[in-house]
Design a protein around this ligand. Structure first.
Ligand SMILES: Cc1cc2nc3c(=O)[nH]c(=O)nc-3n(C[C@H](O)[C@H](O)[C@H](O)COP(=O)(O)O)c2cc1C
Length: 504
């Protein structure tokens, strides 16, 4: 029987999985690649590469990633593998299916080197112990996390029964095992040979006392989103510092906003951000600095495909969006734009968006989104376009939390990004001196801006604080070394005043 997680609206965890292909030869291909972002000296592990396509444009950034729902399938006789499966279920909110043998294994059956039942089965390549129940609704899952104990260096034969009785074509399979001391060995590749039409990812062995952190790190390194607070989409991963967009592309969870940064200050700020490991830069036609942003990226030495560049069309450009897109690409001069947004709702917004769709089809823009669209605007806009926006960028900070909008947008499967995450220059003196935030910040040895940014991240919102001060840019990027408790998140939630700091 499948145990379904009780989180509303989730048939299973949504995961970013990078495919490695079935490796019948015995070698399971490596999974995680080191991504661009290196903050606080920690190399980050991002979504894995697609075999053979890793270097193609966008491949390493998730263009080829599979987003889908995950089922944890495991076999466990003495509870060790079950414990790891439970940790995975907790972290991913995926459904679980326990493989239950029709004839349960007694202690005598499990006593190894006694020529007991388990020994005999392992010695017989044709043994296929019967399973009590089949998996219901397997076709609805895109990926399987497959757990088993090691028996005499191999997976128990009942795993063969399972694999041979299921249609796993096209599904991703991420194996893991527990054992007394043996490694994964060839167990995963031997299983792989039984379901070669599935895409097998690099497996992993866990000690009987493996910690939750170890398991979660492995999931993140395998490209599987680990969920945070209960309303955070599973596609948003604090562990990998990336959010998987609804079009499969992957965006960093923090970036630099460049509003009001001009000329050399803009170039220097973008350079400082890239040097600090920031890999998301947000600009706009209206900021008048696309050329400077592009120049800083080109001069940085950071590979183009490690940087996620967002720009926006202003409403005054909507009547001739095709030319405006050409202009943005020419000014940026970085080959392609990762994400283009409509800056505000405005006349001819659908036509402008359709021009962006055409540029997306031509490979000049990777993802499309909107800025300053709240619930009413989205309800009007979404039915009128064929490509669902991947991102909405709105004003959001502790005094303007926009909770209903956040829920509405997340429910649409659209990622959220906060502009003015720190309240907005010229409007943030009170927020940045808030006594309650000061207490939380002191408790974590962090600054108030870091606490605010962290709060947004923990509710699944990408942050793009703007600053022209390299020290602040570095500080704003260092938000992954501490975690706010549920109580602290609740105290910050209570600061909401519905106090908007800008007109749109
Ligand atoms: C028949 C049998 C053979 C085993 N063979 C090995 C082995 O080759 N290497 C090893 O490290 N552990 C071996 N073990 C120990 C199990 O792999 C280990 O206890 C595992 O974590 C049990 O998982 P479970 O609680 O999910 O059943 C064996 C256990 C049994 C019952």
């Amino acid at each position: 029987m499948i145990t379904r997680r009780k989180f509303v609206g989730l048939a299973g965890a949504t995961a970013l999985l990078a495919l490695s292909g079935c490796v019948a030869s015995g070698e399971v291909s490596p999974g995680g690649e080191t991504a661009g972002s290196e903050l606080e000296g920690e190399a980050e592990t991002a979504g894995s590469e697609l075999e053979g396509e890793a270097e193609s444009e966008g491949g390493a950034k998730g263009g080829n990633a599979l987003t889908g729902s995950v089922l944890i399938v495991y076999f466990s006789c003495t509870g060790t593998t079950e414990r790891i499966a439970d940790i995975i279920a907790e972290a991913t909110r995926a459904d679980t299916f326990r493989i239950v043998p029709q004839q349960p294994y007694t202690d005598a059956d499990l006593a190894y080197y006694t020529d007991g039942r388990a020994d005999r089965e392992q010695n017989d390549p044709g043994a296929r112990p019967a399973i009590a129940e089949r998996v219901d609704g397997l076709s609805g899952y895109d990926a399987i996390i497959l757990g088993y104990p090691i028996w005499h260096g191999q997976a128990p034969r009942i795993m063969d029964t399972f694999l041979e009785s299921c249609d796993l074509a096209g599904k991703a399979i991420l194996p893991f095992c527990t054992s007394h001391s043996s490694g994964l060995g060839s167990s995963a590749s031997d299983l792989c040979a039984l379901a070669p039409e599935a895409h097998w990812l690099e497996g992993r062995r866990f000690d009987p006392d493996a910690s939750s952190a170890e398991v979660e790190d492995w999931l993140a390194a395998s490209g599987i989103a680990v969920a945070g607070a209960s309303n955070v989409p599973a596609s948003f991963s604090l562990a990998s510092r990336q959010v998987t967009l609804n079009d499969g592309h992957v965006m960093p969870t923090n970036g630099l906003g460049t509003y009001s940064l001009k000329d050399q200050t803009c170039v220097d700020s973008v350079a400082a951000a890239l040097a600090a490991g920031v890999r998301l830069i947000d600009t706009a036609y209206m900021y008048g600095n696309e050329a400077e942003v592009g120049r800083a990226i080109r001069e940085s030495g950071v590979p183009r495909d490690e940087v996620f560049v967002i720009t926006k069309l202003y409403p005054s450009q909507f009547t001739n969006a095709a030319d405006a897109i050409d202009e943005a690409l020419a000014k940026l001069d970085v080959g392609y734009v990762d994400m283009m947004l409509l800056h505000h709702p405005g006349a001819n917004q659908v036509e402008a968006y359709q021009a962006m769709e055409a540029a997306r089809d031509a490979g000049r823009i990777r993802s499309l989104g909107l800025s300053c669209f709240y619930v009413d605007e989205l309800q009007d806009f979404l039915p009128r376009v064929s490509v669902k926006p991947a991102l909405v960028q709105n004003e959001m900070h502790p005094y303007y939390q926009d909770g209903d909008v956040v829920d509405f947008i997340h429910d649409q499967g659209i990622a959220l990004q906060a502009w003015y995450p720190l309240g907005g220059r010229g409007h943030n003196a009170e927020l940045l001196a808030d006594p309650m935030l000061a207490v939380i910040a002191a408790d974590h040895g962090a600054s108030i801006p870091q606490v605010i940014l962290r709060w947004n991240l923990q509710r699944g919102v990408v942050v793009i604080p703007g600053s022209g001060d390299p020290a602040h840019i570095r500080e704003d990027a260092s938000v992954y070394g501490f975690e706010l408790s549920d109580a602290e998140m609740a105290r910050i939630a209570a600061l909401d005043r519905n106090e908007k700091h800008d007109w749109y």
